[in-house]
Design a protein around this ligand. Structure first.
Ligand SMILES: Cc1cc2nc3c(=O)[nH]c(=O)nc-3n(C[C@H](O)[C@H](O)[C@H](O)COP(=O)(O)O)c2cc1C
Length: 255
């Protein structure tokens, strides 16, 4: 079993995304898996220009752009299971990861369409690249479920369009509050997730729940968006929510 982790944080190895990916990789390695971590921030990745050169019969499956995309794809092809880790940047996945996914375009003939197991039509992408089981990890500072929603939804659709089993849906809200000594319950859950991936090829529900558990206990008026929406109509209540939220976010940012 080989796990390849793609870290799409611009902070590379110094970031929280790398920290949680590393915990999973360590868990997997302790159970005999081979591991590889790709830090996209260390590499050169250019944007797909939609020049269509890759789709000309004489030029199929290679790209005019000279950068590291092809070598990243080669490493991903070696994987039995992929881990995609991304921070939330402005409510979605990082542009680094999106840039990588856009470059899938040159890996196959996009004029050939396939009906996926989920009943969706999508143009061809190299199946050796995109059909692998994968785990998604979305990391952010904010405390609200809405912050990770876009990226999580993207990965859900990715699994459906690519016919790729989505074997783990991890999200770490208020990541700046997380410990980094490997001993907290959340960190132990990430390590455990890695061992489960190595041994069983998926993360159990209990482990996923522990890994995704909240690091801060919020009063309902801050935690639930429908309560916030109701209270936001009153100026004084809004000020109270903002103040409470600011306290927690300050703690996160100043850590
Ligand atoms: C450009 C930029 C945009 C960000 N946008 C958000 C955001 O919309 N919501 C959020 O909760 N955090 C946001 N963050 C914070 C990051 O998600 C957070 O710091 C995360 O831990 C970064 O991952 P890393 O530690 O692996 O680099 C943003 C950070 C940057 C640099």
């Amino acid at each position: 079993m080989k796990l390849v982790a793609v870290n799409a944080s611009f902070r590379g190895r110094r970031g929280k995304t790398a920290h949680f990916l590393d915990l999973m990789l360590a868990g997997a390695a302790s159970s005999g898996a081979q591991i590889d971590r790709i830090d996209l921030a260390d590499l050169e990745l250019k944007h797909c220009l939609d020049c269509q050169r890759c789709q000309k019969p004489t030029f199929l499956a290679s790209c005019v752009l000279k950068d590291d995309a092809a070598s990243v794809f080669d490493r991903m092809r070696q994987a039995d299971l992929l881990l995609f880790g991304t921070p939330v940047y402005t409510l979605g996945m990082s542009s680094l990861l999106k840039t990588l996914f856009e470059r899938y375009y040159f890996t196959a003939n996009v004029r050939s369409f396939e009906l996926t197991k989920s009943g969706l039509f999508f143009h061809n992408v190299d199946p050796a690249l995109c059909r692998k089981p994968f785990v998604s990890l979305v990391v952010c500072d904010n405390l609200m479920d809405e912050t990770v929603k876009n990226a999580r939804q993207y990965f859900h659709l990715y699994g459906q369009f690519m016919d790729a089993p989505h074997v783990g849906d991890l999200f770490r809200k208020s990541a700046s509050l997380s410990e980094s000594d490997g001993q907290s319950p959340v960190e132990k859950a990430y390590f455990q997730a890695g061992t489960e991936l190595a041994l069983r090829g998926r993360i159990s529900r209990a482990t996923q729940k522990a890994a995704n558990s909240s690091l801060v206990l919020l009063p309902p008026f801050v935690q639930w968006s429908w309560v916030r929406r109701l209270l936001a109509k009153s100026r004084s209540a809004r000020a109270k929510i903002e103040a409470r939220h600011r306290t927690v976010m300050d703690a996160a940012v100043n850590r």
